[in-house]
Design a protein around this ligand. Structure first.
Ligand code: ADP
Ligand code: MG
Length: 317
């Protein structure tokens, strides 16, 4: 594994679709198969000599786990949302690490891989607790959504896809386990961390306590990338490039934007909260905090995007 990229640390944020595609039911087999496809791409990166830290979303999975808690509550005590977040980290980390290990072995590479259950500090008085915006779980028809909302769910319309439950999504401050992750990375371990944006915790008189929310994995990914001093932050989702006037007749796909341009487009409302908004915001923060470049693209375009051939690059001005 000799390469000019040996010192390059890249944090990769995997979108929900990297494990559960829109339209899939989310069976274990489906998710594992998606994890395999994802692992293939990531191993190509490791082969090139990049040091890699992986983070991932958990929207579909944590929503499903939450629903299971509610449906089984008469027989098994339901776990709170933050504990569901930890469960989703374990489940998804397991699938990704097994797929990575299998793919590395198939290619004759001996690289250790491990998942770190990660807590992320948030502010107890974060305004997000009063205004839930984060989509979790399956998409519902309008009719079903009305029923669920009557039962007390907070739901919003995910444009073009359907109705979905929303939960508070506070701004991440830092990964509690960042020092453990750093030491693992420095010793050559491929680390999967801060899954699902991390388990949100508040600190009170020195003690950590879980809170019911789901942190955006892109914003948490920026924190991880910045705190680890990563050179590159790559956000993999289901679009190859970020667009202005998305899905409108005057749509324009972006190859590159600097942080000031990105901020202007963000303010103009091109990137909605809950999907593209936090990706662009996380990218702006990353380059303003010293990162060299953030890239937003599709999973199967990962290497091409790193070579500058596709994707949307966000760079410092
Ligand atoms: P992930 O699971 O990868 O985080 P999201 O659904 O949260 O995916 O965000 C990606 C989605 O953002 C795309 O599928 C697309 O529908 C939507 N989107 C909204 N605005 C834009 C835009 N300006 N450019 C590209 N995609 C956009
Ligand atoms: Mg998302």
């Amino acid at each position: 594994m000799t390469s000019e990229r040996q010192d390059e640390l890249v944090v990769i944020a995997l979108g929900g679709n990297a494990l559960q595609r829109y339209g899939q039911r989310g069976t274990f087999e489906e998710q594992l198969e998606n994890a395999r496809v994802t692992a293939k791409q990531i191993v190509r990166l490791i082969r090139r000599g990049y040091r890699v830290v992986i983070t991932h979303g958990n929207g579909p999975q944590v929503g499903a786990i939450l629903l299971q808690q509610e449906l089984a509550s008469e027989q098994v005590p339901p776990m709170p949302l933050h504990a569901c977040g930890a469960m989703s980290q374990g489940l998804i980390g397991y699938m990704i690490q097994q797929s990575l290990i299998n793919e590395l072995r198939a290619q004759g590479m001996e690289v250790p891989v491990a998942t770190v259950i990660t807590q992320v500090l948030v502010r107890e008085d974060d305004p997000a607790f009063k205004n839930p915006t984060k989509f979790v779980g399956p998409w519902f028809s309008e009719e079903m959504a009305k029923k669920k909302m009557a039962e007390g769910w907070l739901m919003k319309y995910d444009v073009g896809k359907g109705w979905r439950r929303v939960v508070p999504s506070p701004d991440p401050i830092a990964q509690v386990e960042v020092e453990a992750i750093r030491r693992m990375v420095n010793s050559g371990i491929v680390v999967i961390a801060s899954g699902g944006g991390g388990v949100p915790v508040v600190e009170k008189m020195g003690e950590l306590r879980g809170v019911d929310a789901v942190i955006d994995k892109d914003l948490a990914g920026e924190r991880l990338a910045t705190l680890l001093g990563a050179n590159l932050f790559v956000i993999l989702t289901d679009v190859e490039k970020v667009a202005l006037n998305y899905k409108k007749p005057n749509e324009v796909l972006l190859d590159v934007m600097n942080d000031e341009e990105a901020e202007r487009y963000y303010r103009e409302g091109h990137f909605p909260p809950g999907n593209m908004g936090p990706k662009v915001l996380a990218s702006i923060r990353f380059v303003r905090n010293g990162g060299r470049m953030a890239i937003i693209t599709k999973l199967d375009k990962l290497l091409e995007a790193l070579d500058g051939k596709t994707g949307t690059r966000i760079v410092p001005k």
